[in-house]
Write a protein that binds this ligand. Structure first.
Ligand code: CP
Length: 289
């Protein structure tokens, strides 16, 4: 099966994926004994998603191929479809793809006959990130219904925000957005200082310099003062509230250096959960039609 976006899954199916990820966390063993090969094709830079998919595949006993865009025939003008079809013909069992184009997979799904796992498409979807976020939240609170989250920062350019807003609301959460006007999307938009003491989750977003057509209006220091999570703001959060960030993070821009690993931060737990979620998704993609 393809894993393209979270709209393809019902609420029950999302819980099933999270349950499976928990099973892998608790030691569930699947060993393909090197008989399955997963190809990771990242047309955009990535550390967490790329290498946690790689680690997940290795933990399942798969072999992996890691596509090097810089030294590939992309440089000779080869198309996305032709590149993916080539890996299919090599005999790989599934492809993990990140691409700059929103919903790039629409041009592939008719003709590519092996599972496609979407590792992020442009500003559209980041389903595996969202699932690891949901796993982290469910581990913390045991449920989604009634929880309140604020997503702070560059909401407009963020596939993490776009994916999370939709799925979190479907699961019964209330999602606010906050940050600079220039990155605003009209979705329960609030000032960070008016909401910080009312939410269960503060999810920060990276300022995505590479996606901006215009440079940021504020300096990094101004951004940090106006919207950044510093210890003064952390101390206003609810007692059980947590801090999340998909990472990579800009220290002392959207998050203060001393907040990254503070007691409320679950940022590195998210990274760890990414391996279990991706094990679940690779397993499902190989086993389910
Ligand atoms: N969170 C995330 O997608 O990080 P990478 O870009 O490093 O994969």
């Amino acid at each position: 099966m393809n894993i393209l976006n979270l709209e393809q899954f019902s609420k029950q199916e999302i819980h099933h994926i999270l349950d499976l990820a928990e099973e892998f966390k608790n030691g569930k063993k699947v060993d393909y004994q090197g008989e399955k090969v997963i190809a990771n094709l990242f047309f955009e830079p990535s550390t967490r998603t790329h290498y946690s998919f790689d680690m997940a595949a290795l933990k399942l006993g798969c072999k992996t191929q890691n596509f090097d865009t810089e030294n590939s025939s992309l440089k000779k003008g080869e198309t996305l479809y032709d590149t993916i079809k080539t890996f299919e013909m090599f005999g790989v069992d599934a492809v993990v793809i990140r691409h700059t184009k929103n919903e790039y997979y629409n041009e592939l799904i008719e003709k590519i006959k092996i599972p496609i796992l979407n590792a992020g498409d442009g500003t559209g979807n980041h389903p595996t990130q969202s699932l690891l976020d949901l796993l982290t939240i469910r581990q913390e609170f045991g449920h989604f219904e009634g929880l309140k989250a604020v997503i702070v920062g560059d909401v407009k350019h963020s596939r993490v925000a776009h994916t999370n807003i939709k799925v979190m609301e479907r699961l019964g959460m209330t999602v606010y957005t906050s940050g600079p006007e220039e990155y605003k999307e009209e979705h329960n938009f609030v000032n960070i200082d008016e909401i910080i003491d009312k939410v269960d989750i503060v999810m920060l977003l990276r300022v995505q310099h590479e996606r901006h057509i215009n440079n940021m209006q504020e300096t990094q220091e101004q951004y940090h003062t106006s919207y950044g999570l510093n210890m003064t703001r952390v101390n206003k959060m609810k007692e059980r509230a947590i801090i999340m960030h998909p990472a990579p993070f800009n220290r002392n821009v959207e998050i203060a250096d001393d907040v990254v690993e503070c007691k409320k931060s679950r940022i590195f737990k998210q990274v760890q959960n990414g391996v279990y979620v991706r094990m679940a998704l690779i397993y499902m993609s190989l086993e389910e039609k």
